[in-house]
Ligand binder design. Structure first.
Ligand code: HEM
Ligand SMILES: *[C@@H]1O[C@H](CO)[C@@H](O)[C@H](O)[C@H]1NC(C)=O
Ligand SMILES: *[C@@H]1O[C@H](CO)[C@@H](O)[C@H](O)[C@H]1NC(C)=O
Ligand SMILES: *[C@@H]1O[C@H](CO)[C@@H](O)[C@H](O)[C@H]1NC(C)=O
Length: 522
């Protein structure tokens, strides 16, 4: 659904419309479908509705879904060239992600667009190619040694990079775009965890310039990839790629830089004799790849692909979550006070006195209110607002909706967070308390009712790491500073059009300008 209709090529659209108009006269209607359609002018799909609502796309989807009997609707894609369903029903989501998992794959819609950047990495593959990587990666993510490595990396980045950076802005009375700061922090962090190298984006004193070139090239490649997703006529970029012209040539160069960086590190690790002691993800995946029956070329490509997928998955997701979180806190000062009180109490009770950047994994685990507030924030502003699968064969969803072979099957995590039928009549209010039991203990939600980290067999592998990162960052920042959001905070129940961007991750349209004030500690 994401790809169907973003249109900057109106002339092409109009000509195509005329052609399609003729063709459609002879097409059989899908008589099997009994799912309510969004207002669908028969010849042009949902294009008009889309164009009218593109600035509030996710709310538009939410509005339409909430009027259907089972929170599910059929979608006629751009020009009627594609068909699919979109759902916000937990039982249907369970069906897509778990009970009939093999029938709903990433498929060509993803792989053709992302292939150059991700190869056949875990994020961009199906079937056996995917499951072998999933096995290795989920094993690593359950080791204590990786968790310790992640915790240590975070501590050092917070105390050496983020806090000093924010302190100097606070002292200078500068206004900062917190979204930008969080993105840089997230990118530095995933590079540290993935490769064991620090690009130093935040401090701008990179130890080696190749990692800086890498992050710039990676960013350009991702941006160009999103543009492909949004292109209404894939033929346009495919043609450019074929002739190697324009933006597509720049794209190729960026991918080249990304590959070169990954390969250089892989080769240098191969030469290291003591590489077994390296804790970063790349070293771990390399160690697992030796006995997989690959030759050298295949093995290096395997390792490159999987690590690039992790960089993509980990790069901006927590930054997106935290940006909305700080914005919501500004609108809910009472919750902000409770968060501050919770970690202050924890720190005060530890002997000897503990530093905010030095909380252990278990300390962080005990911050139930903060955990609840972060989950609540992502319920309203999920970093991945809508997700899409390709249907392998005809199927029927639990609510009776027919899905045809080759159709897309989407679920909207954004819409699900705002459904009265799922969360009750206060669903649009920011209320961390809804996640706590009477003793103030955090109660996780069912993953198919809250698919913010996806669910089922392809559930996010970085969920625990993400919470760890977000919690330790929030504590470190709120301990040192009072954060003031310029322009005021967010109260979702009062707004029709939250200020989000239309990209694969839910970003804040004009950034999040803040002013910081050092807190006085006695
Ligand atoms: C708040 C932060 C995060 C959110 C909301 C989030 C959400 C998601 C979602 C929705 C998916 C499914 C994507 C799809 O299949 O289309 C996913 C997959 C994935 N995530 Fe995350 N993620 C977060 C952080 C991270 C981090 C920090 C890492 C890196 C360590 C990570 C690693 C992955 C990987 C490897 C997958 C692919 C799993 C597979 O296909 O088997 N995520 N995540
Ligand atoms: C590709 O990314 C670069 C760098 O962000 C940008 O300048 C360029 O406009 C992008 N091109 C396309 C087609 O998205
Ligand atoms: C590795 O295997 C692939 C096919 O699986 C083959 O194309 C390639 O030439 C092999 N490379 C080497 C160095 O043997
Ligand atoms: C942080 O904790 C470690 C042990 O986990 C300790 O050695 C170190 O001194 C602590 N640092 C600070 C600043 O409290």
């Amino acid at each position: 659904m994401v790809a169907d209709g973003f249109c900057d090529f109106l002339p092409i659209v109009i000509i195509s419309l005329l052609v399609i108009l003729f063709l459609r006269l002879f097409r059989r209607r899908h008589s099997l479908v009994k799912t309510p359609c969004p207002q669908s002018y028969p010849l042009i799909g949902n294009l008009i509705g889309f164009l009218r609502n593109r600035h509030r796309f996710h709310d538009w989807v939410c509005d339409m879904l909430s009027t259907t009997p089972s929170l599910t609707l059929q979608v006629n894609g751009f020009l009627g060239l594609s068909h699919g369903i979109c759902t916000a029903d937990p039982t249907n989501v369970h069906h897509l992600l778990r009970s009939n998992f093999p029938n709903y794959i990433k498929g060509r819609r993803y792989t053709s667009v992302l292939h150059e950047l991700l190869g056949t990495g875990i994020f961009n593959s199906d079937g056996h190619l995917w499951s072998s990587q999933r096995k290795i990666a989920s094993y690593e993510f359950n080791t204590k040694s990786l968790r310790n490595f992640i915790t240590d990396t975070l501590k050092s980045q917070l105390s050496r990079s983020l806090i000093p950076h924010l302190s100097s802005a606070a002292d200078a009375g500068e206004t900062l775009d917190l979204q930008q700061v969080l993105r840089k922090f997230g990118f530095d962090n995933i590079c540290n965890v993935a490769f064991g190298v620090d690009p130093g984006l935040l401090t701008s004193n990179s130890k080696d310039s190749s990692s800086l070139l890498f992050v710039q090239a990676f960013d350009a490649a991702v941006e160009n990839t999103s543009n492909r997703f949004m292109s209404p006529l894939p033929a346009v970029w495919k043609m450019k790629r074929f002739f190697n012209i324009g933006n597509e040539r720049k794209y190729k160069e960026a991918i080249e830089t990304v590959n070169q960086f990954a390969m250089d590190i892989i080769k240098s690790k191969e030469e290291q004799t003591d590489s077994k002691t390296d804790e970063d993800l790349l070293s771990r995946f390399m160690a697992s790849s030796w006995d997989m029956g690959f030759n050298d070329t295949e093995r290096r490509k395997f390792v490159r692909d999987i690590i690039i997928s992790f960089v993509l998955a980990g790069k901006d997701s927590t930054a997106s979550a935290l940006t909305w979180f700080f914005w919501l806190l500004e609108g809910h000062p009472h919750c902000r006070d409770l968060i501050h009180k919770e970690f202050s109490t924890l720190m005060a009770s530890s002997v000897p006195k503990i530093q905010p950047t030095n909380l252990t994994f278990d300390d962080l685990k005990n911050l139930h209110y903060l955990h609840a507030a972060l989950s609540e924030s992502m319920r309203l502003f999920p970093p991945v607002p809508i997700n899409s699968r390709l249907t392998v064969d005809d199927d029927k969803l639990p609510d009776g909706t027919y899905v045809g072979k080759g159709w897309f099957a989407d679920y909207s995590a954004y819409a699900m967070g705002r459904m009265e039928r799922i969360w009750g009549s206060d669903c649009r209010e920011f209320k961390p308390e809804r996640w706590l039991d009477v003793n103030g203990v955090y109660q996780p939600s069912d993953q198919f009712k809250y698919p913010v980290f996806h669910g089922g067999f392809r559930m996010c592998l970085g969920k625990e790491m993400a919470y760890l990162q977000m919690k330790s960052l929030v504590v470190a920042v709120m301990y040192e500073f009072e954060v003031e959001v310029i322009g005021g905070g967010g109260t979702p129940e009062k707004m029709v059009e939250p200020p989000y961007t239309l990209s694969l991750l839910l970003g804040m349209k004009n950034g999040l300008p803040v002013r910081l004030k050092q807190r006085q500690h006695v």
